[in-house]
Design a protein around this ligand. Structure first.
Ligand code: ZN
Length: 125
């Protein structure tokens, strides 16, 4: 059972409609700040992080020792590690509940054919 939002669930058309197009070979993935849980969308084809689900013009580029990625919510530097992709560390992965509570709730919808992924959205809090 997958609590986490898979990359394949990201709605590219919705991102593009909101101005998220980059170089034409986008690979989107979600990750979160392990410190405060703030959710980000990354286009890891060009190493760009979208900072705000309400305004896709707010971006930051990755990132090296002189320019670490600092969480815009808690202002802590993002720890080194695997943020996105098939080997993403669990602490960076975004659950459906976290996504729903974030400004990125529009970016992905559970695929009904993968029944397990719909369940967290329907669980009563
Ligand atoms: Zn944070």
């Amino acid at each position: 059972m997958s609590l986490y939002v898979p990359e394949s669930a990201v709605n590219y058309e919705a991102v593009f409609r909101r101005g998220g197009r980059n170089m034409g070979d986008e690979d989107f993935a979600l990750f979160k700040c392990p410190n405060c849980g703030h959710v980000y969308l990354m286009d890891y084809e060009v190493d760009t992080v979208f900072l705000d689900g309400d305004d896709l013009s707010k971006r930051d580029d990755l990132f090296d020792e002189s320019h670490p990625f600092v969480c815009s919510s808690c202002e802590q530097p993002m720890p080194n590690g695997v943020w996105v992709g098939p080997h993403a560390e669990e602490r960076f992965q975004v659950t459906w509940l976290e996504l729903k509570a974030s400004r990125w709730s529009w970016v992905a919808t559970p695929m009904r054919s993968f029944g397990d992924e719909t369940q967290p959205l329907h669980r009563a809090d």
